[in-house]
Design a protein around this ligand. Structure first.
Ligand SMILES: Cc1cc2nc3c(=O)[nH]c(=O)nc-3n(C[C@H](O)[C@H](O)[C@H](O)COP(=O)(O)OP(=O)(O)OC[C@H]3O[C@@H](n4cnc5c(N)ncnc54)[C@H](O)[C@@H]3O)c2cc1C
Length: 463
């Protein structure tokens, strides 16, 4: 269906307010604060924010923006926020908050403004689980359009492999129901292409029959980092597919929500999540428990709804700076370099330096192909720093020094961990064919380039 928005010949704000049902605000006006991203460090000064209430609102916004030479970006939570300036209208999806669970079909229909924790809590009473990421406070749709790497990715594959359909508004304002059978090329490109092909208003996903898991995290003193990292690296080389893991150097601030044993000092977290029976899962992690004395042992049988405890990512908004890369291997040089730059005595300003182990089900092709290009990656390195005194100015250069040192093993980036807007950064998420196909699809569905506002794939320059 194509929605036609009549031209009024007035300014964009008047046109938007006349055409959409949702609230339209400009920076500084009451209500604008609802659009401040989770990552409060990202400059957010759009021409206007449209709190869309329907696909028709999204379509009208895209058409009006195009007519006035503005671009359009989209946010739900701002976990992956990108800088916005006066040339861009921000579609904010928080009012698209519909959520329907179908326990018989084992599916959920999720509005674009819904966060993972809500889906997980609504599915739990039915013994069902939605495959969210490490931070269930992030948005479902933003996560899935970046493919979604959850804490069970080695066992269950990419979260986007469990998508059934999307409701999409293309860049030219067409409202489409996208499934593997209808608009198959869009179904391929929406899983990995972020907002390149349009703005998703809702998604239908599979729910899996999982009510609990064995996992959580072991926390060690920073002084044990070398021993724990070495043991984890060797142990995680040949893990069975029921087991998922990551390791992180943490330097958490002394805030009330941080457990005192972890606050204000360097610690090491070994995250673990297994869907095997608890005895098998416990036996597998036993060697890691014995490497050193954990200062907190938070691994146990847990309800699936508590899966956010595996990574214990922050929930409150923060001024964060993130950098990331996929690694081909985690050899002795990589390990030693990482510890030298971020381990004990390094004065690292990062709050998190994390390595996730991939492989398993993630490495296998899914039933329906997608624009995800790095199934063969073995590891993912992710750093997070807080842009606040006294370390603010040191965070980005230090992250760059880590990424520079990892360059020989760096094999690209994940769409979800790449809130970058330069063509080089965006290209690092894809192979050449995928870039070309995504770009060609974008030319077809967004000929005026109205979505060229952020992390979108376009290999041609605007005219
Ligand atoms: C603490 C933390 C932990 C994280 N952990 C993981 C993890 O374990 N695994 C993982 O895969 N990712 C992870 N991420 C990355 C996260 O999945 C991405 O930032 C994702 O984009 C968040 O979606 P959002 O809608 O909440 O973010 P937003 O900032 O609101 O949106 C970010 C981008 O998502 C796209 N998008 C959002 N809404 C739509 C829409 N309606 N239609 C089309 N595109 C849309 C757009 O490109 C948009 O610019 C993490 C991020 C943080 C901050």
């Amino acid at each position: 269906m194509t929605v036609i928005t009549p031209s009024t010949g007035t300014d964009p704000l008047t046109d938007l307010r006349a055409a959409v049902a949702g609230v339209v605000v400009r920076p500084g006006e009451p209500g604008f604060e609802r659009a401040i991203p989770w990552n409060v460090a990202v400059p957010t000064d759009p021409y206007a924010v449209v709190f869309v209430e329907s696909a028709a609102d999204v379509a009208a916004t895209l058409r009006i923006a195009a007519r006035h030479g503005l671009t359009v970006g989209v946010n739900a939570t701002g976990h992956g926020a990108l800088p916005l300036d006066q040339g861009t209208v921000l579609v904010h999806t928080s009012a698209l908050d519909g959520l329907e669970i179908d326990p018989q079909a084992r599916t959920a229909k999720v509005g674009a403004g819904v966060k993972w924790q809500r889906v997980i809590e609504a599915a739990a009473p039915h013994g069902l689980a939605g495959l969210g990421g490490s931070a269930p406070d992030a948005g479902v749709v933003g996560f899935l359009t970046g493919c979604g790497i959850g804490p069970f990715v080695r066992t269950l594959g990419l979260s986007s492999d469990h998508v059934r359909s999307f409701e999409l508004v293309t860049g030219q304002g067409d409202i489409l129901h996208v499934t593997p059978a209808s608009h198959a090329e869009l179904f391929w490109g929406l899983r990995g292409g972020k907002a390149t092909l349009g703005i998703v208003t809702s998604v239908e996903i599979d729910l899996l029959p999982i009510s609990e898991f064995y996992g959580g995290a072991l926390y060690f003193d920073g002084a044990d980092a070398a021993a724990v990292f070495l043991a984890w690296r060797d142990w995680s080389l040949d893990l069975p597919e029921h087991a998922n893991t990551s390791i992180a150097l943490l330097h958490l601030p002394p805030l009330p929500e941080v457990p005192p044993p972890l606050a204000g000092k360097l610690t090491v977290a070994v995250r673990y999540a297994s869907l095997a029976d608890p005895e098998t899962a416990e036996a597998l992690i036993a060697p890691l428990r014995a490497v050193a004395t954990p200062i907190i042992d938070a691994i146990a049988v847990m309800p699936y709804a508590a899966m956010g405890a595996i990574h214990a990512d922050p929930v409150d908004p923060m001024p964060s700076f993130e950098s990331a890369t996929l690694l081909s291997e985690f050899n002795d040089t990589v390990l030693d370099t990482l510890l030298a730059l971020a381990g004990p005595g390094s004065q690292s300003p990062q709050v998190v330096v994390e390595v996730r182990r991939f492989g398993g089900a993630m490495a296998r092709p899914a039933t329906h192909r997608s624009a995800f290009c790095h199934r063969d990656a073995g590891y993912h390195l992710f750093t997070v720093g807080v842009l606040a005194p006294p370390v603010a100015e040191h965070v980005a250069p230090h992250a760059a020094s880590i990424m520079g040192a990892m360059a020989p093993w760096a094999i690209g980036e994940l769409p979800n961990f790449n809130p970058g807007i330069t063509p080089e950064r965006i290209s690092s998420c894809y192979d050449e064919d995928t870039l070309a196909w995504l770009s060609a699809l974008a030319e077809r569905h967004d000929p005026e380039g109205v979505l060229r506002a952020g992390q979108v794939v376009r290999i041609t320059t605007p005219v």
